[in-house]
Design a protein. Sequence first.
Length: 232
Amino acid sequence: MPSGAFSYALLLALAIALLVAAFTDLKRREIDNTLNLGIALAGPLWWWSLGFGWSDVAWQLGLALLTFGIACVLFSLRQMGGGDVKLLAALALWFAPGSFGQVIVLMAMIGGGASIAMAAFNMEHVPGEKLRDAVAWIVALGWVWAAASIVHALATHRPVISPRRLVTIHDALPQAWMLALPALAIAALFLFGFRHIMRRQKSRLPIPYGVAISAAALWVMGEQVFLNTLVR
């Protein structure tokens, strides 16, 4: 756990670097290589400040390599930018596996919600497709609402659906199969809406995933520092 002025100075430097990464990604859709390199090179200083042993270092390096490999696959599929890949791999050097997993989930929810919202605004409107556009917007708003609900639940450590509401739903629908039809209908609606949004894109939309990565890392870092349990 963080201890001493040097450890907290490193965390402050990381927080500033993440804010800069979010700003540059939002402004230029780029994250400077020097910034990502600085975050990565400061990782060993963080380990030293916490008194990591060789096994701890091996865990962090393994996590970073795994993250880089998976992110490279996403980059090849054009789901992430090169700067996002490097930033995520560099951050893996700073977070324990459990905390980094929370960063990944928050990043996915924030980035996914932002992606769908931006894609909806980027749709080209074709005459005679007002109904399809309306369905697409309903789907986009529903996805953003769901993503925001999950992010709020993760951030506040509360369930997305309260146990009391789950009991109410269970009592109202005693047979599990009764949920199948509405679930299939909702899934079909979302698939139709997503397909329409993707088909009507005016241009390829660069998604500032660096903002989502930075926001998720800052939240988890702040929470863990507050609880004094950032690392093992």
